[in-house]
Design a protein around this ligand. Structure first.
Ligand code: DAH
Length: 338
């Protein structure tokens, strides 16, 4: 039995087969148990001899099985490791990821330019009061120029802002001029009750700008905008100021950027006139300063409202603003960003 079993153990291919051998030889119904169980029929002289012989065989076989078990376990582990090996030199699968919206990219670029010039970025509120959106911008309730901005009212006094200009008032009233000039921009969403078409959207973006200090002039406004536009569009761009009207600035201007190199991107957006209007601006109206607690005899300022959607259209020759808001990935994913 001993030799026979050892041969079997040695030949065992896997742990299952080995376990079967163990059960057959050492189990309850196996030959060794049978011998030990039959001891009661033996004479007292035979018992110890047979007993110790059977125990010896059992211990020996148990040991053999244990040894083989370790060998088989190790083989199984090695086989598993070999099977599951990962080839780290294989190129990975590309993960599809989105990009920041092109208008967001443009806004961040403009923010960077102004931060570099010492401006602070201020966040306003998309839900605003009539007070800040209109009255504090020199547009009392019955002012005819309220018609320039068709408004989504939430109640008599609450609206979703039609422009980012209310942030001017909110910032001015808090500014401590003993700590120096006020220089801020405020980017964000604005809303108008307009019918959407190629150049109008009921929701678009603005970046408000405001500088207030002693002796600020129109020259500061023009110089600042020139620097920014050249940074945005290239050194060969020019700007021009046209007289205009806003209730919160006096004098007021509209600012165009030249569409050089017609035939390239932006030309269609300029409607082949060579210029595109990109922002409204002017010298802060004395009433606006006064309402925010600033003395217009001592301080003056310039302000502007810039349209990043327009900037994106001009830069990339997009001739329909609705492209920015229809979430068509075939359009949006062209602007990969960095
Ligand atoms: N708020 C104006 C608009 O939405 C844009 C604007 C014009 C802002 C002149 C200004 C400014 O700060 O000085 O049409």
């Amino acid at each position: 039995l001993k030799e026979e079993t050892i041969v079997k153990i040695t030949a065992a291919q896997d742990l299952k087969e080995l376990n079967q051998i163990r059960v057959e030889t050492l189990g309850k119904k196996g030959p060794i148990t049978e011998v030990l169980r039959g001891m009661k029929d033996l004479s007292p002289e035979e018992r110890p001899k047979v007993g110790s012989f059977a125990n010896e065989i059992r211990d020996l076989l148990t040991e053999e099985i244990e040894r083989k078990k370790q060998v088989l376990e190790e083989e199984a582990l090695n086989a598993a490791l070999a099977k599951e090996t990962v080839d780290v030199t294989l190129p990975g699968r590309k993960v599809k990821h989105g990009t920041r919206h092109i208008v967001t990219q443009i806004m961040e670029e403009i923010e960077d330019i102004f931060v570099g010039m010492g401006y602070q970025i201020v966040e306003g509120y998309e839900v605003e009061s009539d007070h800040y959106n209109f009255e504090r911008m020199n547009l009392p309730k019955d002012h005819p120029a309220r018609d320039m901005q068709d408004t989504f009212y939430i109640s008599d006094e609450i609206l979703i802002r039609t422009h980012t200009s209310p942030v001017q008032a909110r910032t001015m009233e808090k500014h401590d001029f003993s700590k120096g000039a006020l220089r801020m921009i405020s980017p964000g969403k604005v809303f108008r009750r307009d019918t959407d078409d190629a150049t109008h959207s009921h929701q678009f973006h603005q970046i408000e700008g405001l500088v207030v200090d002693k002796n600020i002039t129109m020259g500061d406004l023009k110089g600042t905008l020139e620097v920014v536009m050249k940074k945005m569009f290239g050194e060969d761009r020019e700007i021009r100021l046209r007289p205009s009207y806003f209730p919160f600035t006096e004098p007021s201007v509209e600012v165009d950027v030249s569409c050089f190199k017609c035939g390239g991107a932006g030309c269609n957006v300029c409607k082949y006139t060579g210029w595109i209007e990109i922002l409204g601006a002017g010298m802060v109206h004395p009433n606006v300063l006064k309402m925010s607690g600033i003395d217009p005899e001592e301080y003056s300022g310039f302000a502007f409202g810039l349209g990043p959607d327009r900037v994106a259209m001009l830069r990339y020759g997009v001739n329909d603003i609705r492209n920015f808001y229809q979430n068509d990935l075939r359009f949006l994913s062209q602007f990969k960003g960095e």
